[in-house]
Design a protein around this ligand. Structure first.
Ligand code: 2PG
Ligand code: MG
Length: 421
C-alpha cells in the first residue's frame, strides 16, 4: 500500500529537441520517483495519443504544457492522498480519469509519466531494484534473472533519416556475445567499421540520424543490407554466426494504395513478401519488424507462414503494444514477436498485459525505446524485469541511448546474470 503525497511535472526536451514530459511522484513515506517519457516519429495509427499543445508559435505546436498541466492539476487532484494497493490500482485510476479509448483527453504522455514515476517511487519505498519491481508489476511474485540481448541500430533510413532510403533501421545483433559487456564491445567494432566504410564508399563523415545510426545515401535497401554485412566482416566477425542483423522495415510508411513503394516497381503484398524472403536468403537477418503495413492484416499470416521460423516476425506499428490487436494477431497467426513500447499504450499495467499475452502465446518480446528519447534509463530496468528477449534502444552514440545501455551494463555488473539467447 502506498499513498501519493505530491505529483509534479515539467516540460523538458527530448533527443530531437522536442518537448516531452517529466514527472516527480513523492509518496507519503518520503520515497520519490522521477520519470521522463519518450516520443516516436514513425508512429503507428493505433497508438495512444501523445497530447501536444498545438500552438504553432511555440515548438511548432509540439509543446507539452497541457499534458504537464493535467498532471499538476486534474491528475494530482484525483490521486494525491488516495491509498494505492499497487501499480494496477494507480493505472486503472489514470485510465478511468482520462475516460477515452486512446488517452486523448489527458494525454498518454501525461499518464505514462505518472505511471512510471509511481513505479520508481514504489521501488524506492520497498528498497528493491527497479528491475525487480518491474518484474513484480508484470506478474506478482516474478523475479528477474536474465538480461535482454541488445539489438543495436547501425544504419538508419526512413523517417529517422529524412527518407534517403525507404526502410528504417538495420540493427546489429551480437548473437555470439555471452555478456552485455561483450555485446557492446562487438557492436562498437562493427559500428566503427561501418563508419570507415561510409567514409570510403560515400565520402561522408559519420553523420548520424535520430537514433544515432549512420545514414549515408544508400542507393537502395539492398545496399544498406550489403554494407551492414561488409561492416561485420570488416570488423572481423562471421556474419550470421557471430553477428547477425535485425531489420525494421517500417513498411507502413511506404505503403500507399495497397502497394509497397520500395523504389522500383511498386509491389503488391505477395510481391513484398517475396522481396522480404529474398532478403532473408541473402542476408543474415534474425528479426524482421513491420515487414508489412499495419493495415495489411490479411497478409501478415502469409508472411509468417512463408518465413516459417527462420526469423522473428515482429510487429511494431502493426500491434502498437495494444492487447486487442495482439490478441487478434495471435488468433490469426499473424506474427510471432511483439515490439513492446510502453508509450504506444500509455500505462505500465496495460503494457504488462500485452507482454504477458505475447509470452503466453509463445511469442518473443523485444522491448523498445522510441526515436525521441531522454536521458532517463528506466527502459533498461523494464527490459530486464519483463524478460525482454531483445532490447532495442538505437545506436551506441548519443547519451539518451547510452543511458539505457550503461544501465544494462550496471545491472549486469550487479547481478552477473546471463543474457537471453
Ligand atoms: C520503431 C521506433 C524505434 P519510432 O519504429 O521501431 O526505432 O521508431 O520511435 O520513431 O516509432
Ligand atoms: Mg518499428
Amino acid at each position: 500500500m502506498s499513498m501519493i503525497h505530491s505529483l509534479d511535472a515539467l516540460e523538458i526536451l527530448d533527443s530531437r529537441g522536442r518537448p516531452t514530459v517529466r514527472t516527480t511522484c513523492a509518496l507519503t513515506s518520503g520515497a520519490v520517483g522521477i520519470a521522463s517519457v519518450p516520443s516516436g516519429a514513425s508512429t503507428g495509427a493505433a497508438e495512444a495519443l501523445e497530447l501536444r499543445d498545438g500552438d504553432p508559435s511555440r515548438y511548432r505546436g509540439l509543446g507539452c504544457r497541457k499534458a504537464v498541466g493535467h498532471i499538476r492539476g486534474e491528475i494530482a487532484h484525483a490521486l494525491v492522498g488516495v491509498e494505492m494497493n499497487n501499480q494496477s490500482t494507480l493505472d486503472r485510476a489514470l485510465i478511468a480519469l482520462d475516460g477515452t479509448p486512446n488517452k486523448s483527453r489527458l494525454g498518454a504522455n501525461a499518464l505514462l509519466a505518472v505511471s512510471v514515476a509511481f513505479a520508481r517511487a514504489q521501488a524506492a519505498e520497498q528498497g528493491i531494484p527497479l528491475y525487480q519491481h518491474f518484474a513484480a508489476i508484470h506478474t506478482p511474485g516474478r523475479k528477474a534473472d536474465s538480461l535482454p540481448r541488445p539489438t543495436i541500430n547501425l544504419f538508419s533510413g526512413g523517417k529517422h533519416a529524412g527518407g534517403q532510403v525507404p526502410i528504417q533501421d538495420v540493427l546489429v545483433v551480437p548473437v555470439a556475445a555471452q555478456t552485455a559487456d561483450e555485446a557492446m564491445a562487438t557492436t562498437y567494432a562493427v559500428y566503427q567499421a561501418a563508419a570507415d566504410l561510409t567514409l570510403e564508399k560515400y565520402g561522408m563523415r559519420a553523420l548520424t540520424a535520430d537514433e544515432g545510426g549512420l545514414a549515408p545515401p544508400f542507393a537502395d535497401a539492398e545496399a544498406m543490407l550489403g554494407d551492414a554485412v561488409a561492416a561485420i566482416e570488416r570488423a572481423g566477425y562471421v556474419p550470421g554466426q557471430e553477428v547477425a542483423l535485425a531489420l525494421d522495415v517500417a513498411s507502413s510508411h511506404f505503403y500507399a494504395d495497397g502497394r509497397y513503394h520500395l523504389g522500383g516497381e511498386p509491389l503488391d503484398s505477395a510481391g513484398m513478401i517475396r522481396h522480404l524472403l529474398g532478403w532473408l536468403e541473402r542476408y543474415p537477418i534474425v528479426s524482421l519488424e513491420d515487414g508489412l503495413a499495419e493495415e495489411d492484416w490479411a497478409n501478415w499470416p502469409k508472411l509468417r507462414q512463408a518465413i516459417d521460423g527462420h526469423a522473428l516476425v515482429l510487429g511494431d506499428d502493426f500491434l502498437c503494444t495494444n492487447p486487442a490487436r495482439i490478441r487478434r494477431a495471435i488468433d490469426a497467426g499473424a506474427a510471432d514477436a511483439l515490439l513492446l513500447k510502453v508509450n504506444q499504450i500509455g500505462t505500465l499495467s496495460e503494457a504488462a498485459e500485452s507482454s504477458r499475452m505475447a509470452q503466453a502465446a509463445g511469442w518473443h518480446v523485444t522491448v523498445s525505446a522510441r526515436s525521441g528519447e531522454t536521458e532517463d534509463d528506466w527502459l533498461a530496468d523494464l527490459a530486464v524485469g519483463w524478460s525482454g528477449g531483445h532490447l532495442k534502444v538505437g545506436s551506441i552514440t548519443q547519451s539518451e541511448r547510452l543511458a539505457k545501455y550503461n544501465r544494462l551494463l550496471a545491472i549486469e555488473a550487479e547481478t552477473g546474470w546471463k543474457m537471453a539467447g
